[in-house]
Design a protein around this ligand. Sequence first.
Ligand SMILES: [Zn+2]
Length: 315
Amino acid sequence: MNSDFSASAARSLTDLPQPESYLLRATAADGTLRLVGVDMARVVEEARLRHDLSKTATAALGRTLAASALLAVVLGKRNDARVTVRVDGGGPVGLVVAEGSNDGRVRGYVQHPEADLPPRESDGKLDVSGIVGHDGELAVTRLLDNGEPYTGSVRLQSGEIAEDVSLYLGTSEQIPNAVLLGVYEEGGRVAQAGGLLIQAMPGVTDATLAQLEANIAALGMLTDQLRAGGLLGAIHKAAEGLDLRLATEAQPVRFACRCSREKAADSLKFFGPEERQEMTDAGGQEVFCHWCSETYHLTPEEIAALDEGEARARA
Ligand SMILES: [Zn+2]
């Protein structure tokens, strides 16, 4: 491993090596199966660089980011529907939070990006359940049709994320499903990352489910499939013998935060005039966005403009 890598590359977000991340949708077995897959190595690599994530933290956040992108498609009815996945397992990485939108935007963070664990002794794989912990819950928040937020949750089963997301869909949303998630690091950077979610629709036959189960067992590790045949290859494997129909063109997926300089300045309105004066006297104020690790350095002039804005609003 090249230990200098993360330090030297941490500021080169515009120079990411992987192709664009994207999402594919398909149906199979006469529409009784819906498949959504996402290839997001580039997005997860960007998350790693933005937050300076350890290897195992990268895997934990990467899986959760992929889950949020897939759930936004499955659960989000309106365009731009957002879904937030929050994993609180009591492990060293702390909270893992990801937000996906069905227009392809995702963002996310972990509480302790530096936390790491050695690979598992049993199989040499990154110890995601160890770093996430499994004494806690996975919660999913989405907006209902009436605009009200709805949060459902399940107790964590494994802390491996995929199993926990699958349990959530099955119990809280009553959607029979299979979920595969994976992140693979090579040479200190994200080489493969993605997810595949298969949803069984009403009318699905036992024969279809049996075939699907056999296909998924044969598929093995998702990251191996992504490396061998890409996302399309993985989808074909999952739907082998089930008359796969790709439903739409690939949808770009990107790490996109909703923060801005304006919103950062607005956040200072929570402070009183005296506290803002102190910020001005100190030469300005930094506002940090935990979703994307962007720091906004607000100038005394920008802080003073907030006072003027409020004076105008009162007048
Ligand atoms: Zn942000």
